[in-house]
Design a protein around this ligand. Structure first.
Ligand code: ADP
Ligand code: MG
Length: 222
């Protein structure tokens, strides 16, 4: 089973947006997908609950204490994580994942929070003890602004405190398509193609990475 975690302790950076869209994209491709909502706010679970019948099915993965109850046919598990996750909870949730997607918003506060978070992640590396594959995504970006350019530069040069580089996948623009799709239990891939063409194009590098071997630790190809 592939396990993809969308993680960043900063609230509002797009974890639920990325988790639901990634889940829906794989489901549309015929994969058996489960979506685990580990956030007590339950936004992914709410999205799943209003998802119309007839769209590609996504199974809810229930959280029972620290344990996830997952449909046993699951090929791809997407985990949406809560804000303000630290220490033991951060270690536990990261340990469960092969791949971590880190969405970052274009603001100095968000960039500093991401740096702090990465330092914390590296400080736990002994407990995590796996070659988790991590990549960043710039989210909710107003293109052609200085803050967009700054964020891109920052993410392109992002390295962990131990020196390893974090691949930067793509920039997702600020678009009401995300808001409208979420309100309907849909992904942007389930909006009219003419309306969402540009957003789909922006997703391609991330989806290519998630579908390929580069996002899977060497020891856990399956
Ligand atoms: N690229 C985007 N363009 C426009 N709105 C976005 C985008 N990404 C997220 N949002 C909106 O921003 C808000 C916070 O995003 P969300 O995915 O819930 O963040 P998190 O789960 O990290 O708290 C939501 O209302 C969501 O619809
Ligand atoms: Mg959320």
């Amino acid at each position: 089973m592939r396990t993809i975690l969308v993680l960043n302790p900063k609230g509002g950076c797009g974890k639920t947006t990325l988790a639901t869209n990634i889940a829906g994209w794989f489901a549309q491709r015929g994969k058996c997908v489960s979506l685990a909502d580990c956030d007590p706010q339950g936004s992914s679970a709410d999205w799943l609950a209003i998802r119309p019948d007839g769209l590609a099915k996504i199974e809810p993965a229930e959280l029972n204490g620290n344990e996830l109850l997952i449909n046993r046919n699951t090929e791809i598990l997407i985990i949406d994580s809560p804000a303000a996750i630290h220490d033991e909870k951060l270690v536990n949730i990261t340990r469960a994942a092969q791949t971590v997607v880190l969405p970052v918003l274009p603001s100095a506060i968000d960039v500093r929070a991401a740096e702090r978070f990465l330092r914390e992640l590296v400080s736990h590396r002994k407990q995590i003890n796996r070659k988790v594959k991590l990549a960043s995504v710039a989210n909710r970006v107003r293109e052609d602004t200085l803050s967009a350019a700054k964020l891109e530069y920052y993410l392109q040069t992002l390295t962990l405190p131990n020196g390893s580089k974090i691949p930067y996948m793509t920039m997702l623009r600020a678009s009401q398509n995300y808001v409208h799709a979420a309100e309907m239990g849909r992904t942007i891939f389930e909006l009219a193609p003419s309306k969402s063409y540009y957003d789909r194009e922006q997703w391609k590098p991330l989806l290519r990475w998630l579908s390929g071997p580069g996002s899977i630790p060497h020891s856990s190809h399956s």
